[in-house]
Design a binder for this molecule. Structure first.
Ligand SMILES: [Zn+2]
Length: 125
């Protein structure tokens, strides 16, 4: 018969395993969604020339974004950033600059941050 004490003990043992499982699931999901974003943007046609952007350009954009974050964190140690992920991708065929947002799997030709700044500036006037 399972007493409350035994149940509490069991929960105490099982809890770290459950947490570990949760962390692993989250990591696996994060990896999966990153791969899906890379696949999505690699296959996406360029809005200007219509050719596929390609995996190499997508990965380069992702790495640039990661470097940018690392630099920001180095310059502002201890500051937590709430950022919208934005990969700057250059079309290897026509050279146009694209902005990819992995969060919403959206590709734009102008950065949403440029728009945001414009809104802020007009709002201040
Ligand atoms: Zn292009």
């Amino acid at each position: 018969m399972l007493t409350i004490c035994q149940f509490a003990l069991w929960a105490l043992v099982a809890l770290p395993f459950l947490l570990l499982l949760l962390v692993l699931t989250a990591a696996a999901y994060g990896h999966h969604s990153l791969q899906r974003s890379i696949r999505f943007v690699s296959a996406a046609p360029c809005p200007k020339c219509g050719k596929g952007v390609g995996r190499a350009a997508a990965l380069a954009g992702k790495d640039r974004y990661r470097q940018k974050i690392q630099e920001m964190m180095k310059q502002n140690p201890g500051v937590k950033f709430r950022l919208v992920a934005e990969w700057e991708i250059e079309c290897p065929h026509c050279g146009i600059r694209l902005y990819f947002y992995p969060g919403g799997n959206k590709i734009e030709t102008t950065s949403i941050f440029a728009n945001h700044q414009r809104i802020e500036m007009t709002g201040a006037r």
